[in-house]
Every structure is written in structure tokens, then in C-alpha cells.
Design a protein around this ligand. Structure first.
Ligand code: HEM
Length: 249
């Protein structure tokens, strides 16, 4: 029989890599980001979509609940990076220049070294994604206070802007009849760079997410490794031993 150059079935071996926590984090994060993106898009283009003022407050409220989900999931993931299984830890995904040149060179020649965890380009992408998600969570949590008086800062913001004699707890999002105009103006000035950052990072995140999906598909097609199914099963199937496999530094 002629050798086709493709790996024989016996050369393929499944290796455990992503633990249950990493997989749960990943898919919950996808769910939250999709929900936040859809709701954020509607908030951003509310006038074009004909959303009423009350409708906008509702959109923001649901967006914030999804945001709490994203922030809690992300916070748990950052803790898991200290205590999880080896491929869940910081040292498995923070960028490393070592290995980047050989990986890119090998990739371009069609003979990239196999990685069980993230390859060097994947490390850059995962770090960028976690940074942008963290910044979205922090700015979003501030906006939850300035826009709808929700935790963690909502009660302080309400106390800041309530007109004299008005109980801050009775302020209604979107209704400016019970706020002190000067305090309201100062609060809006405080909020302005935060909402701008949140908006810019939204577009950055969309770009990164598209690149991330494209990168996974390209790596899977060119190198195999069952990257997509590994995020469900926790196991990667490789045609040769990985350079970062058990026992490697
Ligand atoms: C993947 C994460 C997120 C994405 C993609 C996202 C996206 C967006 C977008 C596109 C907007 C509209 C911005 C504008 O009108 O200028 C927005 C607004 C908002 N987001 Fe997020 N967001 C995320 C996370 C969060 C989180 C974690 C929270 C809070 C827990 C949050 C709270 C808010 C609030 C309160 C607004 C209303 C601000 C406004 O008046 O425009 N977001 N978000």
C-alpha cells in the first residue's frame, strides 16, 4: 500500500488537557459574551432600532445581569489559574516568546510543532481576550452604578446625585426629575471616559473573538488536534507527541 503521508490511526493518541472547570468557564463565557454583545448592540443603536426610554433601561438591566454572570465566571477563572490542573494555570497561557519563532516558521512550512495546551500564538490570543474581558467587566460594573444604580457602586452613585431631601434609594434610572443638576453633571463627566472605554473595547473584543475563532479553525484544519471537540471532551487527539506534553518544561 502507498504511504499517503497522513498519520495512521495507530499514530493518533488522545491526551487529556482541559479540565471540567476550564470547559465550563469557556462555554459559559461564550454564552455571556453573545448575550452581552446582542444587548450591547441594541443599547448602542437604540435610536436607530426605535427603542423607547423605558425599553433602554430594561435593555441595560438585562445587560447588567448578563454582565454579573460574565464577571463572576471570569473571576472564578482567574482564581482557577492559581489552583487548577496544570493546563489551566497562568504558566500554561501567559505569553512566552520562547517557541514563538519556531512555531510560526513551522506553521508557514506546514509542519508546526504540536502543542497539547495553547501554542505560542494561542497564548497571545488568550491573554489578550482575558485582559479585554476583565476591562469590560470593570468598566461595566462601574456603568451598572452610574446608569441604573446597581451594585457594586449604585448606592454611592445614587447618594452622590440625589437632590437635597430625596431618598437616594427612591431614584429611578432614566428619570432626572429628582437629581441635583450639578451633581448629575459631575457624575456624567466621571462616567464619560468609562462608557467610551467600554464601547471601544466592545469593538476590540469583537475583532479578537473573530480572530480567535478563525485561529482555532485554521490550526485545526492544518494541524489536526481536534481543538474544537477538545473544549467539549477535554482531550486532544494528536498525530505526534506534543512539545509541551507531560514531562516537558
Ligand atoms: C463581553 C462583555 C461586554 C460587552 C461586549 C459589552 C458591550 C456593551 C456595549 C456595546 C454597550 C453600549 C455602549 C454605549 O452605548 O456606548 C454596553 C453598555 C453597557 N454595559 Fe456592557 N458589555 C460587556 C460587559 C458588561 C458588564 C460585565 C457589565 C456590568 C456588569 C456591563 C454593563 C453595561 C452598562 C450598564 C451599559 C450601559 C452604558 C450606556 O449607557 O451605554 N457590560 N455594553
Amino acid at each position: 500500500m502507498t504511504d499517503t503521508g497522513s498519520p495512521s490511526v495507530s499514530a493518533l493518541r488522545a491526551w487529556p488537557v482541559w479540565d471540567l472547570e476550564v470547559r465550563l468557564f469557556h462555554w459559559l463565557n461564550v454564552f455571556c459574551v453573545l448575550g452581552l454583545t446582542a444587548l450591547g448592540t441594541a443599547i448602542l443603536w437604540d435610536k436607530e432600532l426605535g427603542v423607547s426610554p423605558d425599553g433602554k433601561v430594561l435593555l441595560k438591566t438585562v445587560h447588567v445581569w448578563f454582565g454579573y454572570g460574565l464577571a463572576a465566571n471570569l473571576a472564578w477563572r482567574l482564581v482557577w489559574a492559581f489552583i487548577g490542573t496544570p493546563f489551566a494555570r497562568w504558566r500554561a497561557f501567559l505569553p512566552r516568546l520562547q517557541g514563538l519563532g519556531p512555531y510560526v516558521g513551522g506553521f508557514l512550512r506546514g509542519e508546526a510543532p504540536r502543542y497539547l495546551g495553547h501554542n505560542p500564538l494561542g497564548r497571545l490570543m488568550v491573554t489578550a481576550l482575558l485582559l479585554v474581558l476583565s476591562a469590560q467587566a470593570v468598566t461595566g460594573l462601574v456603568l451598572a452604578g452610574t446608569d441604573i444604580y446597581y451594585p457594586p457602586l449604585g448606592s454611592r452613585i445614587a447618594a452622590w446625585v440625589a437632590a437635597p431631601g430625596i431618598d437616594p434609594a427612591t431614584l429611578v434610572p432614566g428619570d432626572q426629575s429628582q437629581v441635583d443638576p450639578a451633581a448629575w453633571k459631575a457624575m456624567r463627566a466621571f462616567r464619560s471616559p468609562v462608557v467610551e472605554t467600554h464601547e471601544i473595547l466592545f469593538f476590540v473584543l469583537l475583532g479578537l473573538a473573530a480572530l480567535h475563532v478563525a485561529g482555532v479553525i485554521i490550526a485545526e484544519v492544518r494541524e489536526g488536534g481536534s481543538l474544537v471537540s477538545a473544549m467539549f471532551t477535554g482531550r486532544k487527539t494528536l498525530d505526534r507527541p506534543p512539545v509541551d506534553g507531560p514531562g516537558a518544561d
